[in-house]
Design a protein around this ligand. Structure first.
Ligand SMILES: [Ca+2]
Length: 374
């Protein structure tokens, strides 16, 4: 049987890629070798080969190939050398540890929800005029049994590549809604609190996402108007027409839409103006640069003015110092989020913070009056 194989490799105990051996014009795959290997994951860049397979074995192999094809580009390092064997590319080096970790994460992600390893933490968004917490961003964490506590950067790209993002994203929406409903029901201070949820563009590309998300929100008994979906700028601007249509559907159901990490995605201002947005979240990189030079301040001022001129709420992310706050005040930014106010907190700790409302009135007043005196 001639078999098109677009990505197959087996990790052997000794990290030597025994499964393939170069043969004339192609690669010879030996099933006996394969079956003695530890199949943590399978991978890579063989183009075709010759193999005699049972259909069941073939099916399971193809499933694994599919996984690796999705995961490999995420973690592929330059240390993994490729060389051409005839017209067929082949791996001739062991996978580095980052790659193996990536594969392990991809495998474990499939069960992270059901094993109850995921958790949400919460970071306040503060209205600078009053010092009140008006919104809270739900941030995902994964307590991995082997790698410890992981932040989304280390596994969301893999979840997006493998499709696990769909289940994880739905879990996030469900849990965030549950938490918001509990706070709103039990705390007077949270009666108008809003919840902001990060949504991957990969979720938005799914044509059923909007219906599923709205069904989840309804099931959890939360008003859609109390939620914001945050979508990263750089990714939002791909397939703009499809994005606009889905975002418009969410908006018409009452949800608010924020463009996340604004300023680093190099999108055109026209596409920002076209998107039916409610909020711009200015990326923390710009906030960090505040006060370093007039030019840096001018760029941030432009973004704040742009957002406000478009009628959007503007939130500065990554506010970490009183200097940041003072400059943001002078730039007339109205909302902020960052370590100056609070790190992401567990639900219990965030609840204690809410009870101190208006939590940040004093610190903001002190900064503002100092600036006005100067
Ligand atoms: Ca965010």
């Amino acid at each position: 049987m001639i078999l098109m194989v677009t990505g197959y490799i087996t990790r052997c105990q000794d990290y030597f890629w025994k499964a393939f051996s170069p043969c004339k014009g192609g690669l010879l795959f030996d099933r006996t070798t394969h079956s003695s290997c530890e199949c943590l994951a399978l991978a890579a860049n063989a183009s075709y080969g010759l193999a005699a397979l049972t259909s069941a074995w073939l099916q399971s192999s193809l499933r694994r190939m599919d996984l690796f094809q999705k995961v490999w580009p995420v973690k592929r390092g330059k240390a993994v050398a490729e060389r051409q064997v005839g017209r067929c590319p082949a791996l001739d080096a062991a996978p580095n540890s980052t790659c193996i970790e990536g594969l392990r994460i991809a495998q474990d992600l499939k069960h992270a929800c059901e094993k109850d390893e995921l958790a949400l933490v919460f970071q306040p968004i503060v209205e600078l005029r009053t010092g009140r917490i008006v919104e809270v961003e739900a941030l995902l964490r994964w307590q991995h049994p082997r790698f410890g506590l992981l932040s989304p950067d280390s596994f969301i790209p893999i979840a997006e590549e493998t499709g696990a993002i769909s289940e994880i994203g739905e879990w996030v929406i469900k849990c965030a809604c549950k938490q918001l409903r509990a706070w709103r029901a039990n705390l007077r201070e949270a009666s108008e609190l809003r919840m902001s949820i990060n949504v991957s563009v990969v979720q938005l590309r799914d044509e059923n996402f909007v219906e599923r998300a709205l069904a989840t929100i309804k099931r959890e008994g939360v008003a859609a108007s109390s939620l914001t979906f945050e979508v990263t700028e750089s990714k939002m601007m791909t397939q703009p027409d499809a994005m606009i249509a889905r975002i418009a559907k969410l908006r018409s159901a009452g949800l608010r839409i924020a463009v996340d990490d604004f300023g680093i995605g190099y999108s055109s201002l026209i596409s920002v103006a076209r998107m039916p947005l409610n909020t711009l979240k200015i990326d923390r990189d710009f906030t960090r640069r505040l006060g370093r030079s007039l030019r840096d301040d001018a760029v941030t001022r432009c973004m704040i003015n742009l957002g406000q001129d478009l009628g959007l709420q503007v939130i500065a992310e990554g506010v970490e110092s009183l200097d940041h706050l003072s400059i943001l005040h002078s730039l007339r930014c109205e909302y902020a989020q960052g370590y100056l106010f609070s790190r992401p907190l567990s639900a219990d700790c965030f609840e204690r913070l809410l009870l101190q409302m208006p939590c940040f009135e004093d610190v903001i007043k002190a900064v503002y009056s100092e600036r006005e005196a100067a």
